[in-house]
Design a protein around this ligand. Structure first.
Ligand code: ADP
Ligand code: TRP
Length: 325
């Protein structure tokens, strides 16, 4: 029996990278017998980069609608907003006091973000500690994440071990990060890792016209229609191959190599594939986003259950650090 937990920030509508790298593998896991899953919207992590209440609210709805559109079963699992179980921030404080400063200073994700972003706040710095609290509060043992987040799982294990060793008890479960080796990093329209903060993402839920426009912006080299092209260095091909079946991929590969097949053709094929593959989810998303009360209801159920669990765990932690009755 595995207790699986993962979170997605609410910075925007989940993009293709989030869907392939996080949502789909997580939903797959939730369907396997014996797994109990806690999937949440990491809206407190979002505040490290977004200071706009309307945007946070809208994005939270979008993330919730995306999980539900992809068929996450909220009855047999837990689905909640991080901010609605604020006990996590209390645990985060305790964990901060067990986290060596250099471990955070050396985190790749912090270094990367602090070079790219203008708002380098302390929340961004202690981000991995809040993430550790997200995981440890619920005794999760498996955490599906993209490759870029694996270091945060190592940090979580280090913090949990430090705490357990201090008190001589297995207070926290040491979680394991799991990545889908087939997906790895989904490239964005510029060939870099697809990311909301890089503005190179593909939102599969938008209308066909806007989707077409984004796909037309995928960067390629400037080879002409007749020339033979290298599929292995092309973003359009890479994205196509992530979604297509082996026959479709092989045909596309041959088209590239043969020549007489332009990037415009490949982009049109990618658009068709996205529309076809995600037809049901695109329709479900549009339906759900128009029913905020339904989204609210789904989340509130999970939040009540998550909160009860968090209270129990915190009682134990408070008592260990010296704040118990
Ligand atoms: P972003 O980088 O767009 O801000 P998040 O950091 O909110 O995305 O990531 C949410 C989840 O989606 C994480 O598990 C992350 O590893 C995964 N993920 C994000 N971008 C990609 C990508 N380009 N390829 C694969 N997985 C990704
Ligand atoms: N940091 C993760 C990301 O940006 C989101 C996240 C927050 C998370 N808390 C988590 C993922 C706990 C897994 C477990 O992708």
């Amino acid at each position: 029996m595995s207790r699986i937990l993962t979170g997605i920030q609410s910075t925007n509508v989940p993009h293709l990278g989030n869907i392939l790298g996080a949502i789909l593998p997580a939903i797959e896991l939730s369907k396997q017998q014996g797994n109990s899953c806690l999937y949440f919207i990491a809206d407190m992590h979002t505040l490290t980069s977004v200071k706009d209440a309307v945007k946070i609210k809208e994005s939270t709805k979008a993330v919730a609608a995306a999980w539900l559109a992809f068929g996450f079963d909220t009855q047999s699992n837990l689905f909640y907003r991080q901010s609605r179980v604020p006990q996590v921030t209390e645990l985060s404080w305790y964990l901060n006091c067990f986290t060596p400063f250099p471990m955070l200073a050396n985190a790749h994700s912090f270094k990367d973000k602090s070079e790219r972003l203008s708002d380098v706040n302390a929340g961004l710095f202690t981000y991995p500690v809040l993430m550790a609290a997200d995981i440890l509060l619920y005794d999760a043992d498996k955490v599906p994440v993209g490759k870029d987040q694996l270091q945060h799982l190592e940090i979580t294990r280090d913090i949990a071990s430090a705490f357990n060793n201090t008190f001589g008890q297995e207070v926290f479960v040491l979680p394991e990060g799991i990545t889908d080796s087939k997906v790895m990093t989904v490239p964005g329209t510029d060939g870099q890792k697809m990311s909301k903060s890089r503005n190179n993402f593909i939102d599969i839920f938008q209308d066909e016209k806007s989707l077409k426009k984004v796909i037309s912006r995928i960067e390629t080299d400037s080879k002409g229609l007749e020339e033979s092209k290298d599929p292995d260095t092309c973003n359009v091909f890479h994205l196509f191959a992530l979604l297509a079946n082996p026959d479709q991929t092989q045909t596309m590969r041959e088209n590239y190599i043969r020549g007489g097949y332009g990037y415009g053709h490949a982009k049109a094929a990618l658009l068709e594939l996205i529309l076809d593959k995600f037809k049901a989810e695109r329709e479900a998303y549009v339906r759900l986003i128009q029913q905020p009360e339904l989204l609210e209801k789904e989340l509130a159920i999970g939040e009540a259950r998550a909160s009860a669990y968090a209270n129990e765990k915190l009682k134990q932690v408070r008592s260990l650090v010296g704040y118990g009755l």
